[in-house]
Design a protein around this ligand. Structure first.
Ligand code: UDP
Ligand code: MG
Length: 315
């Protein structure tokens, strides 16, 4: 097997026929055997039935089905676990990541890059409400993260089997694949592309899911938020010292006049209360992750794995 194409699917029945049409054209023109791995992330529509129909007429199609929705990152992880190709390409199932870019990714791989990620230079028909926070986020992440996570890249990428083997060895539950991929290193390069609008269907990444992914990226790759409360705490300590000096000065030089400033006191109490709550929240994010990781639960539960030979039986 030379190529594995990994596509996570959650309620994409409207996109699947067109996706298959475009992907199979690409696969037909590849210079080696290829497999298409579809992962059903607990879809509630006909996606899984459509996988079965594909499989009946095309033995290159293999699929996994989760016992429930585990989320996009975990779906990609499962696909990577099962991929057998020397070269693995990950893309979305809604045709926002154009399959026609795959040959240029492969071209870079031939030049000796182990990771080729697709970098968005433009997003078509996506609202400012998504684009602007994403723009800011990727830049904040780049400045805070311990590893250099390239801006404006998603999970659309090509990886060499050696990189995927390393990814598969990482046991962490809170997976931020684009970060882990950068962490691994080796020779990495970008291919620029314009992100197309969704072919059909609704966006599956709700605001809450996007926010969770964003926080996960920050917390998994940076300890700066933790330090932030230390810095704010130190700053507050300096301010309070200054205020103590002021009060002392007032008491010594104007002993008759009473100290006023209830508003300032209230504001200070509220401000410090807020700082403390935010700090506890940040701490909670990290502790929550420790808790998730020590439980050591499997990343997903499979109800079906079809087309993987011997591994079908390992369920
Ligand atoms: N997806 C998934 N599980 C989820 C949510 C999304 O497997 O819980 C898949 C979805 O089917 C699509 C990809 O992840 O193939 C990206 O999702 P979407 O297009 O909704 O998000 P975008 O990244 O475009 O904002
Ligand atoms: Mg999409």
């Amino acid at each position: 097997m030379k190529y594995s194409l990994v596509i996570p699917i959650y309620n994409e029945e409207k996109n699947l026929p067109e996706l298959y049409r475009r992907i199979s054209t690409i696969m037909n023109n590849m210079d080696g055997d290829a497999e298409l791995i579809l992962i059903n992330d607990g879809s509630r529509d006909r996606s899984l039935q459509i996988f079965r129909e594909f499989r009946e007429k095309d033995s290159r199609v293999c699929y996994l089905s989760f016992a429930r929705n585990f989320g996009h990152q975990i779906a990609v992880t499962a696909g990577l676990n099962f991929a057998r190709g020397k070269v693995i390409v990950v893309l979305d199932g809604d045709l926002q990541d154009p399959p026609e870019l795959i040959p240029s990714l492969i071209e870079k791989w031939r030049q000796g890059y182990q990771v080729v990620y697709a970098q968005r230079i433009k997003r078509h028909q996506e609202s400012w409400l998504k684009k602007f926070p994403a723009f800011v986020y990727y830049r904040v992440l780049r400045s805070l993260a311990d590893v250099e996570i390239p801006t404006d890249t998603g999970d659309f990428c090509l990886m060499d089997k050696s990189v995927v083997d390393l990814l598969n060895k990482m046991p962490e539950t809170n997976r931020y694949i684009r970060g882990l991929r950068a962490w691994i290193g080796f020779r990495q390069t970008a291919v620029k592309f314009e992100r197309e609008p969704r072919f059909a269907g609704e966006i599956q990444y709700t605001f809450a899911k996007s926010l969770a992914l964003a926080i996960n990226g920050l917390v998994s790759f940076s300890k700066v938020p933790l330090r932030l409360s230390t810095y704010v705490g130190l700053f507050a300590a300096c301010v309070s010292l200054l205020m103590a000096c002021l009060v002392l000065y007032w008491r010594i030089f104007y002993p008759e006049s009473p100290l006023t400033g209830l508003a300032i006191i209230m504001m200070t109490i509220f401000f410090l209360g807020a700082v403390q709550l935010v700090s506890i929240g940040i701490l909670g994010e990290y502790i929550g992750r420790i808790y998730e990781e020590v439980k050591g639960r499997p990343l997903y539960t499979l109800s079906e794995a079809v087309g993987f030979g011997e591994r079908n039986k390992s369920l």
